[in-house]
Design a protein around this ligand. Sequence first.
Ligand code: ADP
Ligand code: MG
Length: 729
Amino acid sequence: MAQIRFDALKTVLSRKPLVTERPLKKTSEYFGENVFSRNKMQEYLSAEAYSEVINAIDKGTKINRKMADQIASGMKFWAIEKGATHYTHWFHPLNGASAEKHDAFFEPSENGGVIENFHGKLLVQQEPDASSFPSGGIRNTFEARGYTAWDPTSPAFLIDKTLCIPTIFVSYTGEALDYKTPLLKSLAALDESAVAVCNLFDKNVTKVYATLGIEQEYFLVDEALFQARPDLVLTGRTLIGHASAKDQQLEDHYFGVIPDRIHAFMKDYEYEALRLGIPIKTRHNEVAPSQFECAPVFEEANLAVDHNQLLMILMEKIAKRHNLRVLFNEKPYKGINGSGKHNNWSLMTDSGRNLLSPGKTPKNNLQFLAFLINTIKAVHEHADLLRASIVSAGNEHRLGASEAPPSIMSVFIGEKLAEILGEIEKRVTSKKMSPDEKTEIKLDIGKIPPILLDNTDRNRTSPFAFTGNRFEFRAVGSGANCAAPMIALNTAVAGQLRTFMKDIQSLTRKKVKKDEAIFQVLRKYIVESKNIIFDGNGYGDEWIKEAARRGLTNIKSAPDALNAFLTPASKELFSSTGVFNDRELEARYEIRLEIYIKKIQIEARVLGDLVKNHIIPIAFRYQNLLIENVRGMKEIIDGKDFMASTKTQIYTIKEISEHVNKIDDMVDRMIEKRKNANLTDDIRKKVKMYSDDIKPFFDEIRYHVDKLELITDDEMWPLPKYRELLFNK
Ligand code: ADP
Ligand code: MG
């Protein structure tokens, strides 16, 4: 066996679970201990400063400079008491990672020593050198000024003796350069329009939050095997590798017993996550071998997004401690399931009422239906935008690959709700409703069970499924920053709820009673958007045909899907809600294209290198061995017997040459195409070339490499194989 592969396997087999001894404590004793939470604030801030922060969190008020100084001082005191030496503004630039620039608390003092310093100005605003974060042309690199500004709605936390302060990141001219700024704006727009709709039913509602619970899927692989695979190291996925004889056919991994080593890792990162206030609750094996899932309890959406980013960072860090690597790539292995990130989304009022959960009275149920139907309508109107929001080079391998929701956006609502919507469609008409008709429809609505959760059938093939008291956006990729799909969803629903209010008002102005106006508008929406409702098997071929008949779009390629950001409808939606101006939208579009190009470019380079420097030389070495064998045979056997005894060898020698020639030729052609693509400055042309001319080589090259893997001496094969990557824990 090739030495590198042999060493890696030997290392894996010698590993024992790393058991971390910890004092026995109840979760409640350490939950959130590394967070500057409301409780901590109360303890470390003056009453005045505390109420200033709370108002900023709950009502969005501004914090004045004097108070900021006090808050900074309290925060510093808490952090230093817990051993912190540095602080950083923590933000989410558009390359999908999280960024930090650490500064020490200390500053030189007059007497030549140092003092610990951190004041309001440093808390509230910073100016990191931002020239190398993607900005899609908004921030002139020459100017290179980006500002980070404190987001008090997400509490500061401590990690590795560093105080991390969640911030937004904007350009000198005020345009967003990050994910958080537009996310907060989308949440504000949603709050405003959802409160208006709630007030149709209940005047007491003054704030509506989006809630988000994220189920995170991921793969684990042993560190030694990972390091022996250049493709995993550099791209996060295997670019070559033949399927293992056994993978997920037996379905014996899902919900199976968690292996000891993995369990030790899970306990470790969960402990750290809980200390950071991330309410992680669920863990289990997923469908594919070596695939797992975890899920915290839902939280306010902005906090949930921050927590998911933080969780991913923690998992990567702690996995290394256990000699494991976490793969968040959407499709690390060909032929078995990829990983997604299910975004469970709902709306909640300030009094804690879930707006996507039916109530006990017809009035509550009507409110529930209003939010349900408006959300369906929003998805219908902005399906392509939602599709665009989940695009990535990795997710492209997953969507529509008969294991993940397809590239067609549809909404699952279940039989019970479909029936109720059908009743509304049937009974409500545009003429004035008689008292009897009103009673009937109210009776229908009264039939919605107060707890739908147990009454909702589950559909695991829908990209956007109603699951009893929330929607689950299931097409999001496992490596994504959830802010992107949430910005699209929040904004689409915010825009739709505004339209709803306008439609109601135009009827009430014509003296139509409020209840009746609501019924009529909802009926209109049901009719207009029902073709996006689909309760059948979303993975089947039938649905692809049916969706085409219904006129739903099925955009497979990433670059094509991204165009939805720039349609007049998207521009209008984002500018009218104040979430993005056109310039920001165009910048984001460009950044997504750029990232896509770079990912494909790196994969193409790695594949070329693997093939030329790792695979082909090994193929030749094995071929030489066979040639040697044939030569030897010739010395000892002659005539007809010789032909018969060397049949397999000769055949294999030729087979190897055929595959090698094909591979080598394709790699050369791929490199040519890449050079060609790199000549153009037109990013739209370039992305098409990468997607249409370069990417298709990947599968073809892989096909022949995987064939070589099957015929080459196992002892020589240099890369850990699928069975080793997937079944060694
Ligand atoms: P499943 O039933 O899909 O396997 P879980 O029961 O593990 O999933 O829950 C999935 C996620 O949905 C969890 O994070 C949970 O907190 C979240 N969730 C539950 N209710 C809501 C809600 N009202 N809003 C947002 N997320 C919610
Ligand atoms: Mg789920």
